[in-house]
Design a protein around this ligand. Structure first.
Ligand SMILES: [Zn+2]
Length: 709
């Protein structure tokens, strides 16, 4: 009786499990093979959870080809050996090594290969199946009666490692085949790889969580697949594509009459194949394909290290046969290696035009992807610390496409004794000003914005710009010439320039550019031009404090902040004397910005440059600070959040400040009240959490009105 009832319950469960498995397999197929996802991730997860629950309630329903196996089995102590039913051969390279040896032209090798194929077959322009060579790990997958039973690494070609449990977690590897007419035993060869997007996302997550990032997608794929804990493999973004097939035990048995047709069959059974694969004819077809893939290499969603040419027809492959253990009918045409090892001779910092200090590794010169590399960027101090690069270290340098060469990793076993961890220098190598790094910011920067030669061009361009000192006509080109010919070393020098200086500079620039010699007419035009510039520079001397502050180019200080600072402090002296703590008191100024402002004015060289500008005649009308300390709202701190319907926020702020209130940018226990308009966000939440009074707009208007505002 009990047996019957169990049977009656299990029947629908078994059907449901089959339905779920079909739906999940179908979703994988659409995602990995057709590249056309059919259901959202959330739906996929829901199906998976339902199947897991079903299999845990009915353990007898669990099967080795169930997608629930993809979450990863229990860790193992080591990998068993697998003897390949048919050896996994490696292809000959058009390069004999990672980099073409001197005098060996890979294109020449490809031409030789095609000529040998043509001679061997006695035909011209044979057909080649061509595809990119993925940068991953070669594997072999065995299917029996349509079910995945074993997966192995290449190993030495004869014997590999059994990584079946890990391969089950790779969703692009089908656990059972679609369709029907598959052979009893099928061995599929292909590459497990880590797509670039998955690699980037994984590394970003590792950096966020303090984990260890992967060196590159290739190592990522190989390392992930050789984990003893399959659950670790399951957490890695791995993909797979098929590039070969065998029907053991007969090494000569074929699925179709040609490779391309066999690949189409595999695709139908649920194996991803390379979407960039093509059929070409002859050597020109091969080399044309190489050029095409090379041009799109950086845009491909996966890393490749070359392309592979294979004679498409199986009968022709058999006719050509093998030499040693490599096929005569296929060759890999590799791109020049993008990574090389070399030695770090020094670590310097480079100051960018906005003052950012970037650590740069000075390298023992090395050829990478056909170019001699002597420097590689280390991006920032965090990156140096993460890689732990030290002077004297051997490192792997990478140069891909047009990207600036970078240090990828250190080779720890080659570290010389006594190598010391690197520290960001305390002073700018160009101008000697202090190097500052605000808390929470990645970049360190030279604080000598007004005096640093590395920043000079950008500093003067910004200083002269329309919204700053508004020196009409002094564009980037002339600024460059003034610097190049030594007329200007700092912004104050602009105010020492005379008409003749501009004319002389122009003449020298024309000489340099090979421009036509002077004529009377050109001389008149030049005089007028120089006269206008001298006038514009003179006119810029009369300015306002807010313009002047903006013109100084203090990091993070834009026009709005310059205005706030000018109004709050009233005079430059008051601002320069303000400490970081005073600055954070100003509304809209956070701790990072306050740090930048304080560091800027703390630098003696900047103060000297400002003094020189005032000495040269730059002036403005100083005013008393606008913050009243005696108004009816004196001593009260107000925070505005959300949008008000009758007032702009600036407007409301002006009115409150006119009555003596302080309008702050963030809510604290000291806040007297928060005015919340529409769509008020986190500030309102914080006010509530701290128990700070919250006002609506009407109440604010009533208060302003009661004080005649
Ligand atoms: Zn500097």
């Amino acid at each position: 009786m009990a047996k019957t009832s169990h049977h009656q319950q299990a029947q629908p469960a078994a059907q449901r499990a089959a339905t779920l498995r079909d739906a999940i397999d179908d979703a994988n197929y659409r995602y990995y093979v057709l590249d056309n996802p059919a259901i959202p991730d959330a739906e996929y997860d829901r199906l998976m959870r339902e199947l897991e629950a079903l299999e845990s309630d009915h353990p007898e329903l669990a099967t080795p080809d169930s997608p629930t196996n993809r979450v990863g089995a229990k860790p193992v102590a080591g990998f068993a050996e697998v003897r390949h039913a048919i050896p996994m051969l490696s292809l000959a390279n058009a390069f004999t090594d990672t980099e073409a040896p001197a005098g060996v032209d890979p294109e020449h090798e490809v031409r030789d290969f095609v000529r040998r194929v043509e001679q061997g077959l006695g035909i011209a322009d044979p057909e080649f199946a061509v595809e990119p060579k993925f940068d991953g790990l070669a594997i072999s997958l065995r299917y029996e009666a349509g079910v995945f039973v074993q997966g192995a690494t290449r190993g030495d070609g004869t014997t590999g490692e059994d990584v079946t449990a890990n391969l089950r977690t790779v969703k692009a590897v089908p656990l059972r085949l679609r369709g029907k007419a598959w052979p009893t035993v099928l061995e599929v060869r292909g590459e497990v790889y880590m797509p670039k997007a998955g690699f980037d996302a994984y590394n970003a997550r590792m950096l966020r969580e303090g984990g260890k990032p992967l060196a590159n997608p290739r190592n990522g794929a190989a390392g992930s697949l050789r984990q003893l804990d399959p659950r670790v493999t399951a957490s890695r973004p791995l993909a797979f594509y098929a590039y070969g097939v065998y029907l053991p035990p007969d090494p000569d048995a074929v699925l179709a009459d040609r490779h391309s047709a066999a690949m189409a069959k595999l695709r139908g059974w649920g194996f991803p194949t390379c979407p960039q694969s093509e059929l070409v004819r002859g050597v020109e077809g091969c080399l044309g394909y190489f050029a095409k893939i090379g041009a799109m290499r950086d845009r491909l969603p996966y890393g490749i290290d070359g392309v592979v040419y294979k004679v498409d027809r199986y009968d022709q492959q058999r006719e050509l046969g093998f030499v040693a253990r490599a096929p005569r009918w296929a060759i890999a045409h590799k791109f020049p290696a993008e990574e090389q090892a070399t030695v770090v001779e020094a670590i310097d910092i480079q100051i960018g035009r906005t003052g950012a200090a970037t650590p740069v590794a000075r390298l023992k010169p090395v050829q990478v992807a056909g170019v001699t590399v002597t420097n590689a960027t280390l991006h920032n101090a965090d990156q140096v610390a993460r890689l732990d690069v030290r002077v004297g270290d051997s490192v792997i340098v990478r140069r891909a496409g047009d990207v600036i060469p970078e240090v990828v990793r250190v080779i720890p076993e080659r570290r010389p004794p006594h190598a010391k961890p690197w520290k960001m220098p305390t002073h700018c190598p160009i101008c000697g000003s202090a190097i500052e790094r605000e808390e929470g910011e990645v970049a360190a920067r030279c604080s000598g914005g007004l005096v640093c030669a590395a920043q000079r061009r950008e500093t003067i361009r910004h200083f002269a710009s329309r919204r700053a000192m508004d020196i009409d006509g002094l564009g980037e080109r002339y600024i460059g010439d003034l610097i190049e010919f030594g007329y200007v070393h700092s912004i104050a020098d602009l105010y020492t320039l005379a008409l003749d200086d501009f004319l002389e500079m122009k003449r020298r620039a024309e000489e340099r550019d090979g421009a036509i010699p002077d004529t009377v007419k050109a001389g008149k035009i030049a005089s007028k031009w120089a006269g206008n510039l001298v006038e514009a520079i003179e006119a810029s001397k009369a300015t306002t404090l807010e313009r002047f502050l903006f013109a100084l180019g203090i990091p993070e200080v834009g026009e709005a902040t310059a205005k706030t600072l000018a109004r709050h402090f009233g005079s430059l002296e008051a601002l320069m004397q303000a400490g970081e703590a005073d600055l954070t008191e100003v509304s809209d100024i956070g701790p990072v910005m306050a740090g930048h402002i304080a560091a800027f004015f703390a630098e003696r060289r900047n103060r000297e440059a400002i003094a020189a500008l005032r000495q040269a005649g730059v002036h403005w009308r100083e005013s008393a600070p606008q913050r009243r300390t005696d108004g009816p709202l004196a001593g009260r701190t107000v925070v505005l959040t959300g949008s008000l319907s009758t007032l702009t926020r600036d407007n409301a702020k002006d009115k409150l400040e006119a009555l003596g209130a302080k309008v702050a940018g963030s809510v604290s226990k000291k806040t007297s009240f928060v005015v919340a308009g529409d769509a008020a966000g986190s500030k309102l939440d914080k006010a509530r959490a701290l128990g700070v009074e919250v006002w609506d707009e009407a109440r604010l208007l009533a208060l302003l009105e009661s004080h005649g505002s």
